[in-house]
Design a protein around this ligand. Structure first.
Ligand SMILES: *Cc1c(COP(=O)(O)O)cnc(C)c1O
Length: 344
């Protein structure tokens, strides 16, 4: 039985064509800016993200952590949604590496707005932490893949800049938003001083993220990449997979979104599950299970060859991606129905 793996869009494996592109890559010493494939990828990403420059990094986590450390000094404060990846999934990096404080906002599905940000702006007092940076996550991971509306992003960036704060976009799944709405990445990112995209999620590459911003921002980012051991050598091998993904795996994100919606619709018809299919805007599907703990549900489903992730006592996440097709979605819906039937 082959595993139908909805655990994450990081579970994709490089396709034969992607591997061929990797094998054929022109390479050089990346750390000395001599890798032509990495340099080309950086230029290309800077252009479509609408920024001056870009830096290739091993992971999205490093992109967020470097951005925090370039924008902020220790003791300064970052404002972001309470569900943010930097809070729950980066090993305490904001405290350990940049030394920042975080003021979490209680947004809706990971999305806050200009008024909420304005209410969180602190007066400049010697006893208060100095605020420095506002972060948004497009799309919001714990928010269920929710897409920040452009007007909300522009409003938040406007309030931040008015208050003298910098802005950063965690764009791990920015291209999912772009494909779903037909809004360009540069437009979504126009109010943000830095932005990155991940190649190891829906784009299906084995690794890599590109962080973009002004030339001065990227020069500092490169210094930290080197200091933290993220500067590599013939990384064109990986950058070639990323370029391949930009050429061949962006438009097909629409298939992941259609599969996620079909999964959500199928799950909505099963007794004991609660899900709002209309909230599934991209490739992340969250739902709640009644009658058994989420962990027991995930274990029972795995025994039927379908893997999902437990995200809370009753909460489950299923993610569609390159290695999930429409037939697998139907098999998964049937397997979930069997698990719920057996539990009654
Ligand atoms: C996955 C993810 C990251 C981290 O990216 P990695 O490449 O896995 O380190 C950051 N932010 C969000 C929203 C993510 O989903």
């Amino acid at each position: 039985m082959t595993l139908i793996d909805f655990a994450s869009d990081t579970k994709t494996r490089p396709t034969p064509a992607m591997r061929a592109a990797m094998a054929a890559a022109d390479v050089g010493d990346e750390r000395a800016n001599e890798d032509p494939t990495v340099n080309r990828l950086n230029q290309r990403c800077a252009a479509f993200l609408g920024k001056e420059a870009a830096v290739f990094l091993p992971s999205g986590t490093m992109a967020n952590e470097i951005a925090l450390a370039v924008h902020c000094r220790p003791g300064e404060e970052v404002v972001c949604d309470a569900t943010s990846h930097i809070i729950g999934f980066e090993g305490g990096g904001p405290a350990a590496l940049a030394g920042v404080m975080i003021q979490p906002l209680a947004g809706s599905r990971g999305i806050f707005n200009a008024e909420m940000l304005r209410a969180a702006i602190r007066p400049d007092r010697p006893y208060a932490p100095r605020q420095r940076l506002v972060i948004v996550e497009q799309t919001s991971n714990l928010g269920g893949g929710a897409i920040w509306p452009l007007a909300t992003l522009d409003g938040v960036a406007g309030v931040a800049h008015e208050a003298g704060l910098s802005t950063h976009m965690d764009g791990a799944r920015l291209l999912n938003a772009c494909v779903a709405t037909h809004i360009d990445a540069a437009v979504y990112a126009r109010g943000f001083d830095s932005v990155w995209i991940d190649f190891s999620k829906g784009l299906g590459a084995p690794g890599g993220a590109v962080l973009a911003g002004s030339r001065a921002f990227c020069d500092e980012a490169f210094r930290l990449k080197l200091r933290w051991g993220g500067a590599m050598r013939q990384t064109g091998i990986i950058a070639a997979a990323c370029e391949y993904a930009l050429d061949h795996h962006v438009d097909r994100l629409a298939d992941d979104h259609a599969n996620a919606r079909r999964l959500a619709d199928g799950l909505a018809g099963i007794d004991g599950l609660s899900i709002v299919p209309g909230e599934v805007e991209t490739n992340l599907v969250y739902f709640d299970v009644a009658g058994m703990p989420a962990a027991a549900f995930a274990t029972a489903l795995l025994a039927k060859g379908v893997r999902v992730t437990e995200m809370g006592p009753a909460r489950i996440r299923a993610v569609t991606h390159l290695d999930i097709d429409a037939a697998m979605v139907e098999r998964a819906i049937d397997a979930v129905a069997e698990v719920m039937r057996a539990a009654r």
